[in-house]
Design a protein around this ligand. Structure first.
Ligand code: SF4
Length: 697
């Protein structure tokens, strides 16, 4: 463990999920760090979950990358940075700007993201910069834009506590956003009249203490919410809000006309009485919050799912007021911060999309040498382009696509074939780092400074409380150094993250005049070191509640309801089952941090597949036996966990274990690279696989 700079308590933010809990970190004289929840942070008010509580156990130097490496040998920073800049420059000169790419992470801080985005979109001249956030919430981004004219989450965490009905859709809040779940259960204990319900094919832990669980067929969500819209319209639940502030109401309701209870029953597999209960509760309850997460987003129809949900809130005017609203909770700690700076390939900067006007404005602000003119490649397309030989140099920052991307074996092969692969990370042990030509030691949580934004648009500081280990450097510093070596020094003068944040805040207000959603220009002049958690937009220091009286970010200020058509019912081919992937409570992504503590590994010690006992009997699979899952040439072998929580015909497997830990392969190698056509988000929860007992011969 690195030496503590001083034994004082530092206020920082948890590096795991999108709840964004405040943490008090106190380095101790023996080199350990005491971790506690920050009672003053409005996301958690002192609470922490199992992962947050164990953060102090994850700070060891085991597996840390402490010096730059080139082709496996240790190198000086100057040599490594010169090589990265030179190879990127050569690829751009020989093959054009779109021959290089950056693949980032929702773990990056906003300042890191900003500098990487500026380098690619303003100076390289390509928008081939995407992120693992594409796997997390791109469908919510697209759905928000279609409905609100901008990617704006309208609610606050307090809305969940103030609601009389909380509908969790495709969200295992208890495991994936545990502190928000704790807040919800505490509110229900205070207000027993509050109802909580869960819509999920699996009976997850989040179903406990709920008033209703709807075990919906995979991808049945659109039919469910289109049927709800029909019911609401027929019940006279349309409001003045819809007539004043929403357009498209008639078309959306007309498209739902055929979706009566019988048809919804067929498409969702739900009991008509349960459907009627849900529809009645939603219609008769004014304060409704619908919380949705990866079960909605990670689908080939994810954007339509988001809009089907939002339609119901717009028709009833349940948005923008306390205890109401559609609420997308993000998976990663800074997925929202990445969205703010345009970290997705289809966004520009400061929440702006690509248009001639925005390209000109941002280019002028940056004094850009070569602005990207069009959106770049989303994650799946980016690795496909690499496989096709079109990407000559790639830089992967703080993520492990060889494990987490769909069709992960193809991603591994694409990286193997790519002429120049750079990985900046805290460790050299990820499957992706093993394929890098150059490894750059990035400073992890605890050793670097910056900001993150949580699911309720709240910006918080991450603060260093340890000295950097070895030669580790913050990501923003590494990117800045490469930009300077590529010849763009005048535009990359940064010496501190505070300077980067100030530039980002200035850009958010640049020629804005209150017309854009994302604006934090009101924070200019604030002391960065002392910055308190704050929700955007922040214009002239006032924080606004959004959409209570319309004011959407469309040209006419009105929201859009969309006609949504449910997809056909998913029927796997004979002999196949539907594979649903996700998280367990105590591990995070590919376990680079959580894998370091025995306490967290004790919850689930090894990879597994959850299967319904009747399916197991049919397939001759015994409890705790080894099971082979396969799709095409990709396979994995994991242990069988028999559980009636699992829906028949489907299996669930967690995505965390890597080639290093799993007995054979990685689960996302079995996931088809199918994406939502609007958001380009992969459908990580609905792949068809074969499931059979594992035989050694
Ligand atoms: Fe960290 Fe999320 Fe747990 Fe809060 S709920 S402590 S942000 S992992």
């Amino acid at each position: 463990m690195t030496q503590a700079a001083a034994a004082i308590t530092v206020r920082t933010t948890c590096p795991y999920c999108g709840v964004g809990c405040g943490i008090l970190a106190t380095p101790q004289a023996d080199g350990s760090v005491a971790i506690a929840g920050d009672p003053g942070h409005p996301a958690n008010f002192g609470r922490l979950c199992s992962k947050g509580t164990a953060l102090g156990e994850t700070l060891s130097l085991t597996d840390r990358l402490l010096r730059p490496r080139i082709e496996g040998r240790e190198a000086h920073w100057d040599e490594a940075l010169d090589l990265v800049a030179g190879r990127f420059r050569e690829a751009i000169q020989a093959f054009g700007p779109d021959s290089v790419a950056i693949y980032g992470s929702g773990q990056l801080l906003t300042e890191d993201y900003y500098v990487a985005n500026k380098l690619m979109k303003g100076f390289v001249g390509s928008a081939n910069i995407d992120t693992n956030s594409r796997l997390c919430m791109a469908s919510s981004v697209a759905g928000h834009k279609r409905a609100f004219g901008s990617d704006t989450v309208p609610g606050n965490y307090e809305d969940l506590e103030a609601a009389d009905l909380v509908v969790l859709v495709g969200s295992n809040l208890a495991w994936c956003h545990p502190v928000l779940h704790q807040r919800l259960l505490a509110a229900k204990a205070r207000r027993p009249q509050m109802r909580i319900m869960l819509i999920d094919p699996r009976r997850t832990v989040s179903a406990e203490l709920t008033d209703l669980h709807l075990p919906i067929q995979p991808d049945g969500d659109i039919a469910l919410f289109v049927g709800l819209l029909r019911h609401l319209a027929a019940a006279g639940a349309a409001t003045d809000f819809a007539s004043k502030y929403v357009v498209g109401t008639d078309g959306a309701v007309a498209a739902a006309a055929a979706w009566d209870i019988a048809r919804v029953t067929e498409a969702t597999g739900l009991a008509p009485t349960d459907l009627e209960t849900f529809y009645r509760w939603f219609a008769e309850t004014e304060r409704v919050v619908t919380v949705y997460s990866q079960g909605v987003n990670q689908s080939a129809t994810g954007t339509d799912k988001v809009n089907a949900i939002i339609n119901c809130h717009l028709l009833t005017g349940r948005i923008g007021r306390p205890g109401m609203g559609p609420f997308s909770v993000t998976g990663q700690p800074n997925a929202m911060g990445g969205r703010e700076v345009g970290g997705l390939a289809n966004m520009l900067a400061a929440h702006m999309d690509f248009s001639p006007e925005t390209i000109e404005r941002v280019g002028r602000f940056w004094k850009a040498e070569r602005m990207a003119e069009t959106p770049g490649l989303g994650a799946v397309d980016l690795f496909a382009a690499m496989a096709a030989g079109r990407i000559k140099a790639v830089w992967i920052m703080g993520t492990n696509p060889v494990v987490s991307m769909p069709d992960a074996d193809a991603v591994r092969d694409a990286l193997k074939a790519c002429p120049f692969v750079v990985v900046s990370d805290m460790t050299e042990r990820t499957d992706s780092a093993q394929l890098a030509h150059v490894l750059l030691p990035a400073a992890p949580w605890g050793e670097k400074d910056g900001t993150v934004t949580n699911s309720e648009r709240r910006i918080s500081r991450q603060r260093a409380f340890l000295a950097p280990a070895g030669q580790a450097k913050p990501d923003w510093w590494i990117i800045t150094q490469v930009a300077r070596r590529m010849g763009f020094g005048a535009a990359f003068p940064y010496e501190t993250p505070a300077e980067i944040f100030a530039e980002h805040a200035r850009l958010s207000g640049f020629e804005n005049e209150g017309r854009r959603d994302f604006d934090i220009s009101g924070l200019l002049g604030e002391n960065y070191d002392l910055l308190e958690p704050v929700q955007w937009p922040v214009r002239e220091k006032s924080v606004e509640r959004l959409f209570a009286d319309g004011g959407f970010y469309t040209p006419d200020g009105k929201a859009r309801m969309l006609p949504i058509e449910p997809p056909p019912v998913l029927n796997p081919a004979p002999g196949r089952m539907v594979l649903n992937t996700g998280r367990v409570r105590d591990h995070w992504h590919t376990m680079t941090r959580t894998g370091k503590t025995a306490r967290l590994s004790a919850h689930y010690a090894e990879p597994f597949v959850e299967i319904h006992p009747e399916d197991a009997r049919r397939l001759n699979i015994r409890k705790a036996s080894l099971v082979r899952l396969a799709r095409g040439d990709s396979e994995t072998v994991v242990r069988a966990l028999l559980s009636e929580r699992q829906r028949k015909g489907s299996v669930f497997a967690p995505m965390h274990w890597t080639g290093q830990f799993a007995s054979k392969g990685r689960i996302d190698a079995l996931v088809a690279a199918k994406v939502d056509p609007v958001s380009a988000q992969p459908a990580l929860k609905m792949s068809e696989v074969t499931v059979e007992p594992w035989r050694t011969s």
